[in-house]
Design a protein around this ligand. Structure first.
Ligand code: DOR
Length: 445
């Protein structure tokens, strides 16, 4: 099967230009102005822009165990609608992904119900080092250095030292310092308002844990990715990377701050907490100057009923995978960044950080994971339109310019004309860790 996408503006590794893209089965065969090419299907994409599919390296899809909030099918449909063609999912499911057997079970589950491509992290516990040493078929190891949803936590120094010393897979971590969070919580009597969440999980908690994790990574010369950086204060820690460190920011930490609790309450209660407008601006600058390389969502669905509980019973987390690309296209429309930067942060960099084979670029030989976007299309995010099982978005009512209109996963159209094809199946992403990560591969400036 050959599909020819004609006349789109294509974001290619060497710049954006109008060209044709020829897909053969699941791969990109050619990128060239090739009007005479024979194809089974020809799509005229004039006026639209073709991007590599987004790779979201941090989502929580709740399957197995918490499937009243989301499952691998609904989470993957939300991806397809949002232009996300590959997701990497976190281990805090029930059971948690802390053994080879649990990883294989999740991969099997995903093969049966995911409409986009998938990969699953191995979760660290204080005593599962043997499991962490054996793993292939995974992007890497996730450590909750601070606790969040679920009960995965490793905050004892000896256990952390062992994980960094005795494993080779890349490591990423949720960095909020447990002791600081506990002390702040006690001081505030457990917290009484949603806004207290940012006082309990404060700047200090983030900085202490990020510094601690980065020290471990540098001492053990271990590749390390700092998940969801939320403060300006962590940024100086990220500059001395020595080729080992990468970092990411999430749309909610770029776009929301503590002023939003008044209107949105627990809908913006997240771990790490949202911070201040000063932090928003600093995170944007860090993306622009390359101290942060990746944008990922930390898509963390909970039902509205759960979210409406009083603080601190309200769970932390918000859904975003369905809207992250549109939010960033809107940022392009507002001149906050360029389209090429968005592609770099959301498509190219995650593929390099996690050594994902043949993804993240529009180039011959790469997988045909693609998203066609209309940069001029105006639309409003509405709870009623959300396909995530939790059925809401913290951006409900927000008007944006720029929308994904068609998504291909391994050459198959999974989303077009506002409709999802739930029969499509994605594939297990392949990780080639011998590549050595983001800094070991050429990266475009
Ligand atoms: O707010 C959060 N919720 N942060 C996390 O890191 C985990 C997530 C969840 O799984 O609910």
């Amino acid at each position: 099967m050959r599909t020819l996408i004609r006349n789109a503006q294509c974001t290619l590794p060497d710049g954006t230009r109008q060209t044709d893209v020829l897909i053969e089965n699941s791969s990109i065969l050619d990128v060239a102005a090739s009007t005479a090419t024979q194809a089974d299907e020809v799509i005229d994409a004039a006026g639209l822009t073709l991007l590599p599919g987004v790779i979201d390296d941090q989502v929580h899809f709740r399957d197995p165990g918490l499937t009243h909030k989301e499952d691998l099918h609904t989470g993957s449909l939300a991806c397809a609608k949002g232009g996300v063609t590959t997701f990497l999912e976190m281990p805090n499911t029930n059971p948690a992904t802390i053994s080879r057997a649990a990883l294989i079970d999740k991969l099997k589950l995903a093969a049966g119900k995911c409409v986009v491509n998938y990969g699953f992290y191995m979760g660290a516990t204080p005593d599962n080092i043997g499991e962490l040493q054996q793993q292939d078929r995974t992007p890497g190891i996730k450590i909750f250095i601070g606790s969040s949803t679920g009960n995965l936590l490793v905050d004892e120094q000896a256990a952390l030292e062992r994980i960094f010393a005795e494993t080779t897979l890349p490591i990423c971590a949720h960095c909020e310092d447990e002791a600081t969070v506990r002390a702040n919580s006690e001081q505030l009597g457990g917290g009484h308002s949603y806004a207290d969440h940012s006082r309990i999980r404060d700047h200090r908690a983030a900085v202490i844990a990020t510094q601690r994790a980065v020290d471990l990574a540098l001492r053990h010369a271990h590749r390390f990715h700092v998940l969801h950086v939320s403060t300006a204060d962590e940024l100086p820690i990220l500059t001395d990377h020595g080729g080992l460190l990468t970092a990411e920011a999430c749309p909610h930490h770029l776009l929301f701050n503590i002023e939003d609790y008044d209107k949105l309450g627990s809908l913006v209660q997240m771990n790490p907490s949202i911070k201040t407008a000063v932090d928003n601006a600093a995170l944007w600058r860090a993306l622009t100057d390359g101290r942060i390389q990746v944008i990922a969502t930390d898509h963390a669905p909970h039902t509205l009923e759960e979210k409406q509980r009083p603080y601190p019973q309200s769970p932390s987390g918000l859904p975003a995978v369905e809207n992250s690309l549109a939010l960033m296209l809107n940022a392009v429309h507002q001149d906050r960044c360029t389209l090429e930067q968005v592609v770099r942060w959301m498509c190219d960099a995650p593929a390099r950080v996690w050594d994902i084979v043949n993804k993240g670029r529009i180039a011959p030989g790469y997988d045909a994971d693609l998203v066609l976007v209309d940069l001029r299309r105006r639309h409003t995010i509405r709870n009623r339109d959300q396909v995530t099982k939790c059925g809401w978005s913290p951006w409900d009512g927000v008007a944006l310019t720029g929308l994904p209109v068609r998504t291909w996963v391994m050459g198959q159209t999974v989303f077009v004309d506002g409709k999802l094809d739930s029969a499509i199946r994605g594939q297990e992403a392949q990780f080639d860790h011998a590549r050595g990560g983001y800094w070991a591969t050429e990266c475009r400036s």
